[in-house]
Design a protein around this ligand. Structure first.
Ligand code: SF4
Length: 104
């Protein structure tokens, strides 16, 4: 998983759920209107602010009583290796997961 950002709280991105937002790095599209253009690059070596997956899981462990869900966004999360396993780890902590993707 290449994770580029964590927004610790959102009340609007997961309807009916107090959540945090995890932003993955890299996208398979290059939309000219992209509002997260800094997350599009798949040149992971050039990204110096990547966050270790364990940091995210540790944060979630500590916020169990505050948050109900996790939004995984990007970039495009489904290009990430290990996404399924990451989601299972989050669900095993008791969170609901919402996946924002460009795939239908
Ligand atoms: S993150 Fe979304 S809007 Fe941005 S390039 Fe990828 S698909 Fe397009």
């Amino acid at each position: 998983m290449f994770i580029a950002g964590l927004q610790k709280l959102t009340a609007k991105d997961f309807p009916g759920t107090i959540a945090c937002l995890v932003f993955t790095q890299g996208c398979n599209f290059r939309c000219p209107y992209c509002q997260n253009y800094e997350l599009v690059s798949t040149d992971y070596k050039a990204c110096d602010a990547l966050i270790d997956e364990h940091e995210i899981l540790e944060f979630l462990e500590q916020r169990k009583k505050v948050l109900d869900g996790v939004v995984i966004s990007g970039g495009e999360p489904t290009i990430q290796q290990g996404l399924k396993e990451f989601i299972l780890k989050i669900k095993n902590l008791g969170y609901k997961v919402k996946l924002d993707t460009n795939r239908y």
